[in-house]
Design a protein around this ligand. Structure first.
Ligand code: C2O
Ligand code: CU
Length: 411
């Protein structure tokens, strides 16, 4: 894939300067199967350094594309990894310094993992017909000249735009021809949290979190996604009361679903989707505990009181082992900020949220969890391959201001 600069027409007659992979904006959806070996070759045709990180992928540190794997302008980087995780909706984006501005300009794409289970389950899976990646929801601001102006929009506490783009489209819609459609939602914003809802009698069932399927579909009224987070949902329009249904967030329309009058296909979902160990049966005995506390705002953000230092290893773990991490947001409820925690090279299960068991929809595999001010989340972290991995706040401006640490996974 080539990381390149170009122009994209979002508004009629206006060319906006953007960045993309193999195109001027965003990147292709890559599909891989569990067990496959994937060779990647990234050509950096930008005039600045970049990297390509596989967000949510359980790959060795060397293939992770994090901050230690930068690709200088004009250079190429190749990696190889084996797909060794369950079916899931993952994504990719740059992760060198300058990530926030590059993501803002359009460098991001999906990587979908399939496995035997996902191929066998009776779920909507015709890509672009009843299975859509709707995720690259992102908020941007257009200047008077129709350009993205990251510098003008910049906020040290998270850059938010006033215009919502989905997959690079203003006012997007899909034609719905089946009773059920699957939406793979990704919050691709730098800092904004989304609260997705549907109207006019369409129902939402969540079927997957960041790292794979839930054990069973969970009926939801609202899906909250912090930056970097994904959720797969199935929307059922069999009993919709209008010709058009809207997926909405924060009072704005994200996506219009235009319903075909004769919709076909199944109206029910499989009852069993996965075989995850129930939260209360997860083994916590004899595991190492770590406390990770987030604090501060703007340029004064810290993890465990420290600012990111690439020359410092903050934590260690052994490959294919579990640890218990106590994640806390030490900001006060009064005016503090959300810090969406994310880790590379690992997935985790939530054991408790402020001392209480997680809800059914919070019980899946995750690589992002939002920490609201004063929140305490205890997770069972499962490490996979060896290497050095970062964990950080996925508010991209906080990340760049140093709200990041690193863990070495080594036998
Ligand atoms: Cu979405 Cu450290 O990344
Ligand atoms: Cu933060």
């Amino acid at each position: 894939m080539k990381a390149e600069a170009g122009t994209t027409t979002f508004k009629p007659g206006v060319k906006t300067k953007t960045m993309g992979y193999d195109g001027s904006y965003l990147g292709p959806t890559i599909r891989v199967r569990r067990g496959q070996t994937v060779h990647t070759k990234v050509v950096n045709q930008l005039n600045q350094r970049t990297s390509l990180h596989w967000h949510g992928a359980l790959v060795p540190g060397k293939a992770d594309g994090g901050p230690f794997e930068p690709i200088a302008a004009g250079k190429t980087k190749q990696t190889t990894f084996k797909v060794d995780q369950q079916a899931a909706t993952l994504w990719y984006h740059p992760h060198a310094m300058g990530t926030a501005s590059q993501v803002y300009h359009g460098l991001a794409g999906f990587m979908l993992v399939d496995d035997q289970n996902s191929q066998k389950l009776n779920l909507p899976k015709k890509y672009g017909v009843d299975d859509f990646s709707v995720g690259r929801s992102a908020d941007r601001t257009f200047s008077k000249a129709g350009q993205f102006d990251y510098q003008a929009d910049y906020n040290a506490d998270g850059t938010e735009g006033n215009t919502l783009l989905v997959n690079g489209t203003l006012n997007p819609y899909i034609n719905v021809t089946t009773n059920q459609v699957r939406l793979r939602l990704l919050n691709g914003s730098n800092a904004r949290t989304y609260h997705f809802t549907l109207n006019h009698g369409a129902t939402i069932r969540q079927i997957a979190t960041d790292g794979g399927f839930l054990n069973q579909p969970v009926k939801m009224n609202q899906i909250d996604l912090a930056p970097g987070q994904r959720a797969e949902v199935v929307v059922n329009t069999a009993n919709a009361t209008s010709k058009n249904v809207a997926l909405r967030t924060n009072g704005q329309r994200v996506l219009q679903l235009r319903l075909h009058s004769k919709r076909t296909g199944s109206r029910t979902l499989p009852v069993k989707l996965n075989h995850l160990t129930p939260t209360k049966q997860l083994n916590q005995f004899g595991l190492k505990h770590q406390t990770i506390s987030f604090s501060g705002m703007g340029r004064m953000v810290r993890i465990n009181g420290r600012v990111y230092n690439p020359d410092r290893i903050d934590l260690t773990a052994k490959p294919h082992t579990n640890q218990i991490w106590n994640l806390t947001n030490n900001d006060s409820m009064m005016g503090g900020m959300d810090h969406p925690f994310h880790i590379h090279g690992a997935q985790f299960r939530i054991l408790s949220v402020n001392g209480k068991r997680p809800s059914a929809a919070e019980s899946g595999l995750m690589d992002v969890v939002n920490l609201k001010p004063g929140k305490k989340v205890r997770v069972l972290m499962s490490f996979h391959d060896r290497g050095i991995f970062v964990y950080h706040c996925h508010n991209l401006e906080h990340e760049e201001n140093g709200m990041m640490g690193q863990i070495q996974v080594v036998p």
